[in-house]
Design a protein around this ligand. Structure first.
Ligand SMILES: C[S@@+](CC[C@H](N)C(=O)[O-])C[C@H]1O[C@@H](n2cnc3c(N)ncnc32)[C@H](O)[C@@H]1O
Length: 288
């Protein structure tokens, strides 16, 4: 995890982490189970972003594409979804998936949120699910989002909320964090809970010039269609923000933490799914 707030270093870290072959391969390997696990989160974003038929929507940080593919159904053939990711491997695989599904109103583009390769005032709506935490420079990214929106365009961004709300992080990450002596990342550095504190996301949106800004928080179920061991393995492989915590432990501490995590997840496994809950924060605003 970045240990200072230098944009250059943070950008290098974000790019290195998210474009690693092993991370890209893990997102592809787990994508069907991830779409079940994150179904309620995707639903919450769609319910709150107000997308309608015929709109031009930009989705930042597509990952396996659950949000972009759902939005493409909402906007229909009169609309279009452009979705971006910093990882060329992720972009290629979503292009293939969209082609295999015959989805024609999606364009998938390699781009960083700080420098969007789009004309000004091109989109009605910008969305992003669990990616804003990794924007290297939040002020520049939010200014870019505002630039590419039309006059009455909207933004709807989702990030992790407070880790102590819900039990997902308590069971899967806290046993490791408690045994780690890694410094907490500085508030400006890309990290999973960067927008967790109340008011932070909205404060940044207001600073960027958005109006009618609101922050909505929900504690939502996340149901992993598999065992606790598999849930944890997927988290380790795909969530680059937590990996430094797991990897910082000695073998003994790791084994202790893993046993504690599995013991608390065991009671949440019904033989088919492992069910947790998590807080998410939505930052919503309008350009003017
Ligand atoms: C946690 S995943 C979320 C993916 C997707 N929205 C989902 O929920 O399945 C973050 C994704 O954003 C991409 N990403 C990370 N930082 C980014 C940035 N600054 N700009 C655009 N994409 C970024 C990563 O490559 C990764 O695919």
């Amino acid at each position: 995890m970045p240990n200072n707030d230098t944009p250059h270093r943070n950008r290098k870290w974000v790019l290195e982490q998210w474009t690693q072959d092993v991370v890209v391969a893990s997102w592809l390997r787990w994508h069907e189970k991830i779409s079940v696990h994150q179904a309620q989160l995707v639903h919450a974003l769609l319910q709150n972003c107000g997308a309608t038929a015929g709109e031009q929507v930009l989705d930042l940080g597509c990952g396996p594409g659950a949000v972009a593919l759902s939005l493409s159904e909402t906007v229909g053939t009169d609309g279009e979804v452009v979705t971006t990711d910093i990882s060329p491997g992720i972009v290629e695989s979503l292009k293939d998936r969209a082609a295999a599904l015959d989805v024609e109103n999606i364009d998938v583009v390699v781009a960083e949120s700080e420098e969007l390769p789009f004309d000004s005032e091109q989109f009605d709506l910008v969305t992003s699910l669990l990616t804003p935490m990794y924007f290297v420079t939040v002020s520049r990214s939010f200014a870019e989002i505002r630039r590419v929106l039309r006059g009455d365009g909207r933004v709807c961004l989702m990030a992790w909320g407070m880790p102590e709300q819900g039990d997902y992080f308590e069971t899967c990450v806290l046993p490791f964090l408690q045994r780690s002596n890694l410094d907490a990342p500085p508030p400006e550095a890309p990290s999973p809970f960067r927008f967790a504190p109340p008011g932070l996301m909205t404060g940044e949106l207001v600073k960027a010039g958005f109006v009618d800004v609101t922050e909505r928080r929900f504690v939502l179920p996340m149901s992993w269609p598999g065992s606790p061991e598999e849930l944890w393995r997927h988290l380790y492989e795909t969530c680059v923000g937590f990996r430094p915590i797991f990897d910082s432990l000695s073998r003994d501490s790791f084994e202790e933490a893993y046993a504690e995590s599995m013991a608390s997840l065991a009671g949440r496994y019904d033989g088919t799914s492992t069910v947790n809950s998590v807080e998410i924060v939505l930052g919503i605003g309008r350009k003017v």
